[in-house]
Each structure stands twice: as C-alpha cells, then as structure tokens.
Design a protein around this ligand. Structure first.
Ligand code: HEC
Length: 119
C-alpha cells in the first residue's frame, strides 16, 4: 500500500507511468491546469469531482467516490462502468498501464514540492 521512492520497482513504475501519462492523458489533463479534464495534483485521496473551478459532469460530482489507487484503477479500466453518465471518453486496457499511471498520479502531492513534481 505504501509507495516508497526507495524501491527500484516502484520508481520504475512511476517513471513508466509518467511516460504513459504524457502519451495518453496530457491531451486533456495536467498536474496543475485544467484542460478538457481536471488538474490532477492531489487527486489520490480526494473526492471525485471535488475541484470547485472545474465543470464536472453531474454524475461524477454526485458519485462521492473517494479516489484511492483502487478506485482510480477501476476508473481507468472503464470510467462508464464505475460512474455511469460520466464524461471521460477514455480508458486504459492494460492492467500494468493502469498500475503505473496511478503510481505516477500518487506522486502529484497536494503541497507543491519541486522534488515530487520533478519525479
Ligand atoms: C479526451 C480527454 C481525456 C483523456 C485523454 C483523459 N481524460 Fe481523464 N477526464 C476527462 C474529463 C472530461 C473528465 C471529467 C469527467 C466528468 O466530469 O465526468 C476527466 C476526469 C478524470 C479524473 C477524475 C478527476 C477528479 O477530479 O475527480 C481522473 C482521475 C482522470 N480523468 C484521469 C485520467 C488519466 C489518468 C488519463 C490518462 C490515462 C485520462 N484521465 C485521460 C477527459 C480525459
């Protein structure tokens, strides 16, 4: 459960996740700015649809789902299955890709820290 930067396997997962994020998610998302999708910094541990200045679908806002590694993986596997009526038309088919992207998302800590942002 606890991710530690000192484990080589975890570091590899984060690195791979960052590359996948750049390839698959960054057209709509970034850490700190909204695009078609909401900004991701601090997403692990916050409620779905929690950012006041992003225009979420009513379904996502009403879901009250807490974003954990498990719920994020379920979301990336099939957003519509997790939250019917949601507005993200994208999914990741490979379990390892979901694992690594979520490992990367978990590094986007809420408090701005140049170190965790750079990883
Ligand atoms: C085509 C644009 C698009 C792509 C590509 C995309 N998303 Fe999204 N994402 C959205 C939209 C739009 C929403 C808001 C959905 C809603 O309001 O129902 C969203 C919502 C989310 C949320 C919920 C955030 C919150 O604040 O509740 C997460 C987490 C997320 N996306 C992760 C990802 C990840 C990780 C990827 C890459 C694997 C990705 N998305 C790719 C458009 C996209």
């Amino acid at each position: 459960m606890l991710w530690t930067a000192h484990s080589p396997a975890a570091a590899q997962s984060v690195e791979r996740g960052a590359a996948l994020y750049a390839a698959h998610c960054s057209s709509c998302h970034s850490a700190d700015q909204h695009g078609d999708g909401p900004a991701h910094r601090g997403v692990v541990g916050r409620r779905a649809g929690a950012l006041k200045d992003f225009d979420y679908s009513p379904a996502l806002s009403a879901s009250r789902i807490l974003w954990t590694r498990a719920t994020l993986k379920a979301w990336l596997r099939d957003p519509e299955a997790l939250i019917p009526g949601q507005g993200m038309d994208y999914q990741l088919d490979q379990a390892r890709d979901r694992e690594d992207v979520v490992a990367y998302l978990a590094t986007l800590k809420r408090l701005p820290s140049p170190e965790s942002a750079a990883r």
